[in-house]
Design a binder for this molecule. Sequence first.
Ligand SMILES: [Zn+2]
Length: 497
Amino acid sequence: MASVLRRMLLLIFSFSGARGQVAWQPERAWLQAYPVDIMFRNRILSIFALLAACVLYRTVAQAADQRVELCPADPQITAALMQVSAQRIQADIEKLVSVQTRLTLSAQDPDSIKAGHGIGAAREWIKEEFERYSRDCGGCLEVKTDSFTEAPAARIPKPTVITNVYAVLKGTDPESAHRIVLVTGHYDSRNSDTFDVSGIAPGANDDASGTSVSLECARVLSKLKFPATIIFLTVAGEEQGLNGSAHFAKFAKEQGWNIEAALNNDIVGGNRDPQKDSGVVRIFSEGVPIAATDAEVRMIRNLGGENDSPSRQVARYVAEVSRTYQTAVKPLLEYRLDRYLRGGDHISFNEQGYAAVRFTEYREDYHRQHQNVRTENGIEYGDVPKWVNFEYVRNVARINAATLASVASAPAPPTKVRLQTKELENNSTITWEASPGNPSYEVLWRATTSPEWENVQPVGAITRTTLPISKDNVIFGVRAVDSQGHRSLAVVPQPER
Ligand SMILES: [Zn+2]
């Protein structure tokens, strides 16, 4: 900064003619038009210029200190992302498509599984894949199923066994292992008729693509160790009414699981439509939380908290991680729960009070979702692998893997984060409780109209800070940072009087 200031001063003196020379020809012409003492005017000009330079220097210096900058990349995570493979993803999607239909109501008896047909065959194959990854990492994954019988409902004509398959990469730090970050996709599929138990329903994009993201993240990240726990989940029953994820999320809540973030990938195939933007993936996140109590909704309304649900902090985190790891596909944050007329498995987690977001390709092709495979009036219908862009799925999987690894490497977010509101004042005092491991903290803030964090102030390993910024004009967040620069999710303070 000092050299910048030096250069500015030199520039000012050379332009102002403070040494009795008028070097700048246009200024000279201007001066000649007004008969005043040139030396006097130039001195006045140089004083004003100096003042302007000081103001500019201060502003630039402050901005340099406080702008949110790129977090450092973890070389271990960078190396893992290189292992995410489009060939592996293609093989996973083609294998899932090969069972012909994965309708939740389709066959799951031993003979069908043996013949490789129906949802039972898909379920067993996913389980075997997770087990294979676990063998490759010395048994590091616990492979589990969450199986239950769903009672008849609108899209479930008779009691139906639904099975979620998942793998747990247990955290290595006893103080952090209870912290969970989760990735999910639904392995069930459907065609035009949601009761057609035997017709072809390839579901290559919807949602073998999302299932392959869970699988590929498990394969790659199981080679590493993280302080916190990662769960790689694949669910069924999505097309019949989010049944699998609803059961899993409810079970997690009953068990008191501390899921910090759930990433749902549904339709991330990046179909090969010419109007497709293969550089973007949408991240949907709820605004006012579905699980908020009436009192919480009142507070959100009073204080402008509509844009700061924990799910939205996850979305911002995904965007920041994507910048840190310079992923080829960029997240586009969509500040809504889901698309019009649609829903997905992240909502099941939101309903249980967990932070969860949905990844979906930028532009969907409705000819290739929930359609029988056919050609009509020259239009090809059906969700077959030839429309899936496997490179795109790989790039989406990389964003997921980077996010999972970053959350699982970071310290726990600060708890009981409070903004002191006892006094009417223009300073803001924020307090919080320390996370285990004595991390440092950063206070983030942004204008109330800004979509992402704009400023950051590192404050060290303390639990109380006062900033000369009015809480009425900005939104604050606090996050924990370890010595290697891993950042936790941000927590927005609650007011305390
Ligand atoms: Zn889907």
